[in-house]
Structures are given as C-alpha cells and as structure tokens.
Write a protein that binds this ligand. Structure first.
Ligand code: GLU
Length: 442
C-alpha cells in the first residue's frame, strides 16, 4: 500500500508552494487507495507555534486533503534517541566541537584553494583524551552522521530519473545540536521508517538531503522509500517567496477562491496534463502521474487561478454553497445567477437585485413610455419574460437591444446580468410591475 506524508514545519501559514506538495502527496496516495499522513516537523521549539499547527490542519481540511494519521516530531524524542543509540553503537554518528565561526573559516580556506567546502571530518580524528578535554572545558559536542564513502549513492527518482552522488563530495550532515535537540534530517528518516512511508515526494531543494538520508535508512536497517523531487513553484515574474503572504490558503479563501480551483490548478501545474476546472479531487487523483511532471520550474499565475475559479464556481451545486448565501436565497436563485458569478460572494449582489430594492434607471421619454406599456402587458406564466417581450415586440415594433435593454435596466437596475428568463420569475409579478412603473414615472 502506498503511504505518503506531508511534513510541514509549523513556523508559518501554508502557501501555494506547500499546498502543492501536500496535494501531490495526497493524490499519489489516493490514486492507489493508499494513506496520506500528516507529520508536524516541530523540532525547532523556538519557531514552531501551536496556532500554525491548527492552521495547517484547518487549511488541509478546507482543501479536502483528508489525513489518515498524524504525528508530531516534538512528541517522539524517545524514538529518535533509540535510533540514535543504534547509530552510535554502529559508529555511524560522531562528535564534533567546531563553532559556527570555525566552520565558516574552514569553508573560506577551502574555497580560497578552489576546493569544494566539504566538512573535513576533524571530529572523527579526536580520541578519548580530546573528548575528555572538551568535556572538562564544559564544551558539549554536536553530532554528525558519518556517510559511507564506500560506494556511490544512487536512486531512481520518480521525476528526475537516475540520481547519482559521490558521498565523499558531501559533508557529513549535523544531525544533533550540542543542546541535544535534533536537526531535521535524521528524525525525518526515522519517522519515514516508523510511519511506514513508501513514497517521499517533495521539492527539489531536498535532493542533496535525500542523498544523505538514503544512507540513514540503510544504516537503520531499512529499505529507503521511493523518492521523487518536483521542480519548485515560481511566480510569473520569478521567485514566489516574496509574495507568499498573499498566497497563503487564508488569503486565497478570503479573496473568494474555492478549494477546488486551488486543487485543480496545483494538481496539474508543471505537468504535461492540461489544467482544467476539475472539481472532483478523485478525478485528479486518477489522472495523477509522476511521469507527466516536467523538470522546469512550474509557474504559478494568479490570473489563471482566478479564471479557473470562475469555472469552478459555475459548477457548484446549491448544497455546496447554501451556507454561504444570503438568508432566503433559494436554489432557483442560485442557479439563475451562478453563470454570472466570479466568486460565490458575488451572489449576494445578485440576490439584492432579485430581492430589491433596485434604483430606477434614468431613461429618456421614449423608453419611459415603452416601460409604461411593459407594465401594462406584464402577465404571469411559466415564462413571464418570454411572454412580456413577445407581446411588446408586437405592440411596439421594438426589437433587439432597444427592446431588452430598458426592460433589464428597469427590472434590475443594471445593464448586464443573468438571463432574464430565469431572473424575472424570481423577482415576482408584483415587484416587477412596481419596478417597471417606477422606471416609467422617471
Ligand atoms: N519539514 C521539512 C520541510 O518542510 C520536510 C521535508 C520533507 O518532506 O522531508 O522542508
């Protein structure tokens, strides 16, 4: 069974870039009836906040990304400790004492000599007396994972194809700080094993982490999961990061974007599949396919999201929106105005047009006389608009715009809007007659 996970750090609100990763993992799991897990990466106690954890859950729920299990890294210290002890006994983690400044200096010297800035493994050369001296000075060690330089690191990436790294070209990653706290890399590998994750799908900024993590899986006696790294999401003009605040889930929701528009766009952006207003996430899951992913950065275009949103709004059923409509607005009213909406919230304006009052338009004398005649001809039936315009055409010889426009203006107070066949029955006979008479009176 496919098991995927989304592993956000609760240090801020989710934005389109994170959501895309979450969505793709959800789709990958659901394509084959698998499970999608949420893992809260809150090892950084200072920057993690409970309000963000709650917001992440709420945002995923709003998007329809149901979760089949949740873990929090802050609650799993004993599991990490246990795995760490095993790595220590196997000689796969070692103590180091360099300060950040010392490491920076080493890097500068290497770069000055034209060498890659790889950690020199000075910590590995220390003996018991060295460690005792540091301990005596009250300097606690931080820990690095010892990469096995014995053979190249390789994996078949679900998006990038065959990947190859020479471990000697990588620094042994720091996995634990001097204060005992964990850095992201090792707990993530431990969790992926523990949680039975079969597929890790994440951004390509994690490719070199994967190189080190594949060795962590092996060192912990586990088969590495399948990995796939997707190209990053960029804005129309380049990097997205500057504008991420405006692209949070909350901001999108507040601007009238429907979750189905977000998922329809992000599911297919950067793939060879067409972006279409597909509201049913199961359809998106069935067509989800890593082999359709391109290697170029995916471009996020808000205008495209808005267009997609209009198309999604035009598909929403009354049941899906009823709790967001003004009190009293019926299903018939929703269906009548729906094709004219850009957002669900716009329905309120049209409900106002239906329920009234509407301002009488300023019309010339000719049109006013015409509307007086319209008020006289108004009769109620299944199709009062068809009957009214038919009768007026006969009686006045008007047709086209000169027939329809003054009627629309008098009945709705506007020049454009939903089909009058649908609107007039909703306005009702008495109210319609009053509007026509009022416009006729000027
Ligand atoms: N917390 C990590 C991040 O947000 C998770 C990366 C991963 O998917 O392993 O970058």
């Amino acid at each position: 069974m496919t098991v995927t996970r989304f592993a956000p750090s609760p240090t801020g609100h989710l934005h389109v870039g994170n959501i895309r990763t979450a969505l793709h993992n959800w789709l990958l799991a659901h394509k084959s009836g698998g499970r999608f897990l949420l893992r809260i990466d809150d090892t950084d106690a200072e920057r993690s906040r409970e309000e963000y954890v709650e917001a992440i859950r709420a945002d995923l729920a709003w998007l329809g990304l149901t979760i089949d299990g949740e873990q929090r890294q802050s609650a799993r210290a004993p599991i990490y400790q246990d795995a760490f002890e095993r790595l220590r006994a196997a000689g796969r983690v070692y103590r180091c004492y360099e300060t950040a400044q010392e490491l920076e200096l080493k890097r500068k010297i290497q770069l000055g000599r034209g060498l890659p800035p790889i950690y020199d493994r000075a910590g590995l050369a220390l003996d018991d007396a060295d460690h005792a001296r540091f301990a005596y000075q009250g300097v606690a060690p931080h820990w690095r994972f010892k990469l096995d330089h014995g053979e190249p690191i390789e994996w078949l990436d679900g998006i990038r194809g065959r990947q190859h790294f020479e471990p000697a070209q990588l620094s042994d990653p720091v996995v634990r700080r001097a204060d005992g706290s964990w850095l992201y890399m090792l707990p993530s590998a431990i969790d992926d094993i523990e949680m039975g994750v079969t597929d890790v799908l994440r951004g390509e900024d994690h490719v070199s982490n994967t190189a080190a993590q594949t060795q962590m899986f092996t060192a912990l006696g586990a088969e590495p999961p399948r990995f796939a790294h997707e190209a990053l999401l960029v804005g129309r003009e380049g990097k997205l990061s500057k504008r991420l605040g405006s692209l949070s889930v909350g901001a999108l929701r507040d601007s009238g974007i429907e979750p189905q528009a977000v998922t329809a766009l992000l599911a297919r952006l950067g793939t060879s599949l067409p972006v279409e207003p597909i509201a049913d996430i199961a359809v998106l899951a069935n067509s989800f396919d890593l082999s359709t992913f391109g290697r170029a950065p995916a471009r996020f275009d808000e205008a495209k999201l808005e267009r997609l949103n209009h198309a999604i709004v035009h598909q929403l059923s009354y049941a899906e929106v009823a709790d967001r409509l003004p009190a009293g607005m019926s299903e018939a009213a929703w269906l009548a105005v729906r094709p004219n909406l850009e957002t669900v919230a716009d329905a309120t304006d049209w409900w106002q047009v239906i329920a009234g009052p509407v301002a009488a338009p300023a019309l010339n004398e000719d049109d006013r006389r015409f509307l007086a005649e319209a008020a006289a001809h108004l009769a109620w039936s299944d199709d009062p608009w068809g009957a009214l315009t038919g009768a007026l055409k006969q009686a006045t010889g008007r047709k086209g715009k000169s027939l329809f426009m003054p009627l629309r203006q008098a009945l709705t107070g506007r020049d454009h809007g939903p089909d009058m066949h649908a609107l007039l029955p909703l306005i009702g006979e008495k109210e319609a007659r009053q509007r026509l008479e009022r416009a006729a009176a000027g």
